[in-house]
Design a protein around this ligand. Structure first.
Ligand SMILES: *[C@@H]1O[C@H](CO)[C@@H](O)[C@H](O)[C@H]1NC(C)=O
Ligand SMILES: *[C@@H]1O[C@H](CO)[C@@H](O)[C@H](O)[C@H]1NC(C)=O
Ligand SMILES: *[C@@H]1O[C@H](CO)[C@@H](O)[C@H](O)[C@H]1NC(C)=O
Ligand SMILES: *[C@@H]1O[C@H](CO)[C@@H](O)[C@H](O)[C@H]1NC(C)=O
Ligand SMILES: *[C@@H]1O[C@H](CO)[C@@H](O)[C@H](O)[C@H]1NC(C)=O
Ligand SMILES: *[C@@H]1O[C@H](CO)[C@@H](O)[C@H](O)[C@H]1NC(C)=O
Length: 513
């Protein structure tokens, strides 16, 4: 602890990204094509900002981009990698500095992309795209410092508003809060709109904090960091918050239980508000599953016992319990985390598996504990498709394999098909739009060369010449897409090709022309 703190005292500098008047707004920049175009048939735009306009530099990332040039043979696929992999560092590190009351406490404000706010889920996953390059390093210019800054700022956010999913810049940044019309009228009970950008309670947002913590710890072994700032209290806050959401709708005696979170706002979209006075559809008491009022798409759940987020939370609560145990003096809390994770896992097995006449035993997307199940999958992660990616189970798990066949079939009500791209979509942008993020997750969860090559071909051919990963694409028209600047999906694509290099390298030598 001494070492890190004293080093930081001398090396911590406030980085002001060089986004001056001469640097174009990336929201606009990413909608136009820029030369030099790639030499393949898709003639993809070069989409990296000018070096002077990049928001964080990492020589390890630059070296990786160069090294992959000899591995990825297809010129369009390589261009997509070259644009997508560094996108979060190039564009989304809006501010990096230290806490006003502790110059040793690094802070990173990492925005989602075209919305000027930091999501807990997105920022954890944006950092995960660089996990394979993460090493112990005390320099404020390192990826490790960027990670620490995200973890510290997330801890602050969770302590201030544990039910919220997306946040405003920290005061230290001097950045103005982003105007937001999406908060309910009675929002004040939760927290100020200058701190919070959106307050949808999503279990996976809290799991994301445990995920990035686990990733940082396993790659660096830097246990001192976790004891230094607010990490332990943030975990306590997460436990308190999620345990309070184990509650069902009715008590045994029939009285209606209080629920610690409600959400209601004036909207024309059913997925942006909750029924039953902001409480949502009823759920059974005592299942052992943690409720989630919203999904990782930021859409309302139909049944709040949302299985993918419970899987992710259980898995990362368990791995984070090892950090807690290693800190020292937190043995009880560490045991509590491990036991809570195990009890959620057993509740998933009891309530989250249903029998399908065609596919056999499969995981449900959402259940209510009364016997109803929502059978679907959505593109956003955590999804059922991503269960092995989040480390909840192995890809060979027979129930997962049954579930995967269902998800990638026409029996999944949100599987989108067409001549341009075939992938899971979701209600967030509605029917007929497939999400490349789901194609990427399909690749992560198979060893089949033909399945991977089909998905890569669809991804590389459907960017409308822009050379970035969009949120969704019309399955009949590649020119009709959403979100020009979706940093997480870009990083995930880079992470996926790095994974393929080790796992199924042949597909990176293939042509996608
Ligand atoms: C990244 O490096 C370029 C020079 O290649 C420099 O102009 C820019 O200011 C650097 N960005 C940051 C955030 O340090
Ligand atoms: C730590 O990171 C800095 C900035 O990226 C780099 O210059 C330095 O070489 C790294 N140190 C080690 C020991 O890897
Ligand atoms: C916060 O809410 C107030 C009152 O509704 C509004 O005037 C203000 O513009 C909002 N601020 C932001 C940053 O959205
Ligand atoms: C969590 O709950 C415990 C017991 O009610 C309480 O002592 C503790 O202060 C709470 N911690 C946080 C961070 O809210
Ligand atoms: C019903 O049970 C709940 C939970 O145990 C308790 O809080 C509540 O006071 C009880 N209500 C009545 C009317 O007995
Ligand atoms: C995956 O399989 C390996 C080897 O059988 C086992 O050790 C590991 O615990 C499994 N992982 C999960 C998440 O079930």
């Amino acid at each position: 602890m001494q070492g890190i703190l004293s080093l930081l005292a001398t090396t911590a500098v406030v980085l002001v990204p060089a986004v001056g008047a001469q640097c174009p707004d990336y929201s606009t920049y990413s909608q136009q094509r820029h030369e030099p175009f790639s030499t393949g048939r898709y003639s993809l735009s070069y989409m990296r900002p000018d070096p002077a306009c990049r928001t964080f530099n990492s020589s390890d990332v630059e070296d990786t981009i160069v090294a992959m040039k000899s591995v990825i043979k297809d010129p369009d696929l390589y261009r997509l990698f070259e644009n997508a992999f560094p996108n979060s560092l190039d564009t989304a590190v809006k501010w990096k500095g230290v806490a006003a009351d502790n110059s040793g406490e690094e802070l990173t404000f990492l925005i989602t992309g075209d919305i000027n706010a930091m999501w807990l889920r997105d920022s954890a996953n944006q950092m995960q795209s660089y996990l394979s390059l993460l090493k112990p390093n005390t320099s404020s210019l390192s990826l490790a410092s960027l990670y620490r800054g995200v973890i510290n700022l997330q801890a602050r956010y969770i302590l201030s508003a544990p039910h919220c999913n997306s946040f405003q810049p920290p005061l230290e940044s001097g950045l103005p809060p982003t105007q937001n019309q999406a908060l309910p009228d009675d929002f004040t009970p939760y927290v100020a709109n200058t701190t919070v950008f959106e307050c949808k309670y999503e279990l996976d947002s809290l799991a994301a904090f445990l995920e990035i913590s686990t990733n940082y710890y396993q790659a660096t072994g830097d246990i001192e960091f976790f004891g230094n700032f607010n990490w332990v209290s943030a975990v306590q806050k997460i436990i308190n918050t999620t345990e309070a959401l184990l509650v069902g709708t009715y008590a045994n005696n029939g009285s209606v239980n209080e629920v610690p979170y409600t959400w209601m706002r004036t909207t024309t979209s059913a997925t942006e508000t909750l029924s039953n006075d902001g409480r949502g559809n009823p759920v059974q008491d005592g299942t052992g599953l943690v409720r989630s009022m919203f999904r990782p798409s930021d859409d309302a759940t139909i049944y709040q016992l949302f299985i993918p987020a419970n899987m992710m939370f259980s898995r990362y609560l368990d791995s984070a319990s090892q950090i807690m145990a290693a800190i020292g003096g937190q043995r009880n809390l560490a045991n509590h985390m491990h036991n809570f994770a195990q009890s959620i896992r057993s509740a998933i097995t009891t309530f989250g598996i249903v029998n399908d006449p065609t596919y056999g035993q499969v995981y449900a997307y959402e259940v209510d504990g009364f016997g109803s199940a929502n059978r679907m999958d959505d593109a956003n992660i955590p999804s059922l498709l991503s269960a092995p990616f989040i480390g909840y189970l192995n890809v060979t798990d027979p129930i997962y394999q049954n579930t995967r066949k269902f998800i990638l079939s026409n029996d999944n009500p949100y599987f989108m098909r067409g001549p341009v791209i075939n992938a899971v979509g979701g209600p967030h942008v509605s029917f007929g739009k497939a999400w490349p993020m789901a194609s990427i997750m399909r690749i992560f969860t198979t060893y089949s060369v033909s399945e991977i090559e089909t998905a890569l071909k669809e991804i590389v051919s459907s960017t409308a010449g822009l050379g970035l990963i969009h949120e969704s694409i019309n399955t009949f028209d590649a020119g009709d897409w959403t979100r020009q600047w979706f940093s997480w999906a870009n990083g995930l694509f880079g992470q996926c090709l790095l994974d393929l290099k080790d796992r199924v390298p042949a597909v990176l030598g293939a042509s996608y022309q």
